[in-house]
Ligand binder design. Structure first.
Ligand code: PEP
Length: 261
């Protein structure tokens, strides 16, 4: 399937308004100055910077989509501190990161909540960037696929598939992010990532049967390893945390990664 590779920047809890503005204008300048190989770029700033980033992206010289890092599954109500899908749509978001391991581990999000978020996101016409990944313990116990399969099966319930809300699955992103690789500088071998990506593709093709999403890799992606990941078949892009905080580094990751595909 030939779709441009995708590069997602997850700024996490970094960058206020001024930093977001200056980061983005640098990134846009880099992207506008060179002819990039076809690529899809998505930025996920913190909630407070979404509007500012959205305004800048609306008039940017290059196409970059906006993502939120989280959302609540209820449409509105007494949920102090939460943000709804409608609020994200109003601001111009197209994607939402769901099930990031930091949310699963630090904020105890479980598969049931993740499933509810996925349903809410699709009902609102947004697209998920669904994160799944095994822990070091899972890996050492030889249970990587068991963990990933469990995470996928719990979101792709029969009812969800029958509802038609998964019919757009080929426009979604699944980010395979081994928990032990996030922010550690440790990475799996690209060939091992590709094998996992093939398993994810096969599971979704079998259960949903409406095409396959882009499968991204995430975990300590850098300028040094991007080419090795992106030249590997079945790796459709990357989700970048720490290295996306420098516009120059993130741009290099996009430029080198897109031409390696
Ligand atoms: C992430 O948090 O999704 C991530 C991939 O982080 P990092 O690139 O810093 O490992």
């Amino acid at each position: 399937m030939s779709r441009p590779p995708c590069f997602v920047a997850n700024w996490k809890m970094n960058m206020g308004l001024k930093a977001s503005e200056s980061h983005l204008s640098d990134l846009i300048k880099h992207c506008a100055d060179v002819v990039l190989a076809p690529s899809k770029i998505i930025i996920a700033p913190p909630f407070t910077a979404l509007q500012t980033v959205s305004n800048i992206l609306n008039t940017a010289a290059c196409e970059i989509d906006l993502a939120a890092q989280n959302v609540h599954f209820s449409p509105k109500g007494a949920y102090t501190g939460e943000i709804s899908t409608e609020m994200l749509c109003e601001i111009g978001c197209k994607y939402v990161i769901i099930g990031h391991s930091e949310r699963r581990i630090l904020f105890s999000e479980n598969d049931e909540e993740i499933h509810k978020k996925l349903v809410a996101v699709r009902k609102a016409g947004l697209f998920p960037i669904l994160c799944i990944g095994e822990t070091q313990q899972d890996r050492q116990a030889g249970k990587t696929w068991q963990r990933l399969q469990g995470q996928l099966n719990s979101v792709f319930s029969e009812e969800f598939i029958a509802s038609g809300l998964c019919d757009t699955v080929s426009d979604w992103m699944i980010a395979y992010e081994p928990v032990w690789a996030i922010g550690t500088g440790e990475t799996p071998e690209p060939a091992d990532v590709a094998e996992v990506h093939q398993q994810i593709q096969a599971l979704i093709a079998d259960t949903v049967g409406k095409g396959v999403p882009r499968i991204l890799y995430g975990g300590s992606v850098s300028e040094e390893n991007i080419v090795d990941f992106m030249k590997t078949p079945d790796i459709d892009g990357v989700l970048v945390g720490g290295a996306s905080l420098s516009p120059k580094t993130f741009f290099e990751i996009i430029a080198q990664g897109a031409s390696a595909k």
